[in-house]
Design a protein around this ligand. Structure first.
Ligand SMILES: Cc1cc2nc3c(=O)[nH]c(=O)nc-3n(C[C@H](O)[C@H](O)[C@H](O)COP(=O)(O)OP(=O)(O)OC[C@H]3O[C@@H](n4cnc5c(N)ncnc54)[C@H](O)[C@@H]3O)c2cc1C
Length: 260
């Protein structure tokens, strides 16, 4: 299944950048805070949200609190010159007591407003987020398979952090450079493989190849596949071809090469 309908959540928080830090060569961590975060539920795993970014000049953060069709139409009807660009991001860490939340942004240049923002964010910049819940939705299975690129790294590391300590399985994470790997808090039975891209590789190609050539545990997995569109598409097709029921697979394209 694709990520469940997340349009029923209606928590919107306007937050402020507290600090930024380059965590690895291609990832910037932006820590945001503010008292409106007290309304946000701490869901863990791959908890994600719609992120509304500041724009040059005045930004109107008076947004619909629920991103269902009505809310989205309301958003599109906002005057273009003050409407904040919207993108999707994952809660990397949430510290509700401190009213702080970390977001890990992959930096891929300044072609996109989110990456551009992460590269130049300053303390005091305002953002808004609307809760979208979790995509992680496991079914009973013999083992767990997690596959992602660097955009799904926050989701996969959050799942590894929060899944039962008795879990067994494999996680494969493709990163632009070996130095983009991050410390992992995972159950002992979850084997984590980092796959570094070589210059010129199509994003996703190496991790798909790594999964398909790995010695995987026997039995049917619950699989969670995210990242550049070709990752969930290729791995899902391959798993289904090997007899894994479609209902055992959660998949979503996080971005698409060459497309907005
Ligand atoms: C549920 C969900 C959770 C996500 N969580 C995260 C997260 O925590 N961290 C994160 O970094 N991303 C995450 N993403 C992916 C992120 O939303 C996209 O990468 C988004 O397109 C980035 O927006 P942008 O404004 O930087 O670029 P856009 O304006 O969307 O795109 C501009 C150009 O950049 C390309 N592009 C987009 N993303 C990338 C990339 N990562 N690498 C190279 N080229 C790219 C596009 O193909 C396009 O040509 C998530 C996506 C989803 C659906």
């Amino acid at each position: 299944m694709a990520f469940k309908d997340a349009k029923t959540f209606d928590t919107r928080c306007v937050v402020e950048v507290l600090r930024t830090r380059r965590v690895t060569p291609n990832m910037v961590r932006v820590t945001v805070g503010g008292e409106q975060l007290s309304a946000l539920e701490h869901r863990g795993f791959d908890h994600w949200f719609r992120l509304f970014l500041p724009r040059d000049g005045v930004t109107n953060f008076d947004l619909p609190a629920r991103m269902d069709l009505r809310g989205y139409i309301g958003y599109l009807r906002m005057p273009k010159d003050t409407r904040p660009p919207m993108r999707n991001y994952t809660v990397r860490e949430f510290r509700p007591d401190a009213q702080e939340l970390d977001i890990d942004f992959v930096t891929h240049g300044d072609a996109g407003p989110a990456s551009r923002f992460a590269l130049s964010a300053r303390a005091g910049d305002r953002l808004a987020l609307v809760d979208q819940g979790c995509g992680w939705d496991p079914v009973p299975a013999d083992w767990t398979l997690l596959v992602a690129d660097e955009t799904g790294l926050p989701a996969v590391l959050g799942i590894l952090r929060d899944m039962p300590r008795t879990a067994i399985g494999r996680a494969f994470i493709e990163v632009p450079h070996a130095d983009d790997a991050q410390p992992v808090d995972a159950p002992a039975g979850m084997d984590v493989t980092w796959v570094a891209r070589n210059t010129g590789d199509r994003p996703g190609a190496r991790v798909v190849e790594a999964v398909q050539s790995a010695a995987l545990p026997p039995g049917a997995p619950y699989a969670y596949l995210v990242g550049e569109q070709s990752i969930p598409t290729s791995v899902r097709r391959w798993l289904v071809g090997r007899g894994v029921p479609k209902s055992n697979i959660t998949f979503t394209g996080y971005w698409r090469l060459g497309k907005h």
